[in-house]
Design a protein. Structure first.
Length: 201
């Protein structure tokens, strides 16, 4: 698993046909997935939007898995989200996994800023849902995404390290970025390579 893989090290665009972006809450999965989607011109699937119904009602596991399966029927897509309950549906079809493995300090700073912005702007997320800043500030509460991200950060790192080495996923090209700058540099190279590829096609 590489720390900083360059686009010209892949069989572009085959290795980037079906991408899964994972990482802690607040690491920037959605931002990166949207940027890749724009660059490659492929559909973007946000697992949170499928999981969370109106009033934060959680989609049952069986329906959640079915909806993901339907969403990834195409040959090209970018999916972002963790959800172990759907991993066996999603990962076997993926050609690339990108893990945003940032430090806890980076993740917490980004997450707190995101939470503050969403609270001020009353940003609508999925199906009419909005974050409640009071819930998020109760970091020991199950409702706090800040507390959840902090408590699960190291466990998630151990799990993804193990999963990336699992033989079931040996067919997948894997990238692991330790800093936002490494991610940005890779994305810049991807954009440059995509422009070049389009010019040659």
């Amino acid at each position: 698993m590489s720390n900083n893989t360059q686009p010209h090290g892949t069989r572009f665009p085959d290795d980037l046909k079906r991408i899964v972006v994972v990482g802690s809450s607040g690491s920037g999965k959605t931002t990166l997935a949207r940027a890749i989607t724009q660059t490659l011109g492929v559909p973007h699937v946000e697992l949170d939007a499928i999981r969370h119904g109106p009033n934060w009602t959680e989609t049952p596991d069986d329906i959640f898995r079915e909806q993901i399966s339907e969403a990834i029927q195409g040959d090209r897509w970018v999916v972002e989200g963790n959800y172990s309950v759907a991993r066996d549906v999603l990962w076997p079809r993926a050609t690339t996994l990108i893990y945003l493995d940032y430090s806890i300090g980076v993740v917490m700073r980004r997450l707190i800023l995101r939470t503050a912005r969403r609270s001020v702007t009353r940003e609508e997320l999925w199906n009419g849902n909005r974050e409640n800043i009071l819930d998020n500030l109760k970091i020991f509460s199950e409702e706090s995404v800040i507390g959840y991200s902090f408590k699960n950060h190291w466990r998630r790192r151990r799990n993804f390290t193990r999963l990336f080495q699992h033989p079931d996923y040996a067919h997948i090209h894997k990238m692991r970025f330790r800093t936002p700058r490494a991610t940005e540099e890779w994305l810049e190279r991807l954009v440059s390579y995509a422009v070049q590829y389009e010019g040659l096609s």
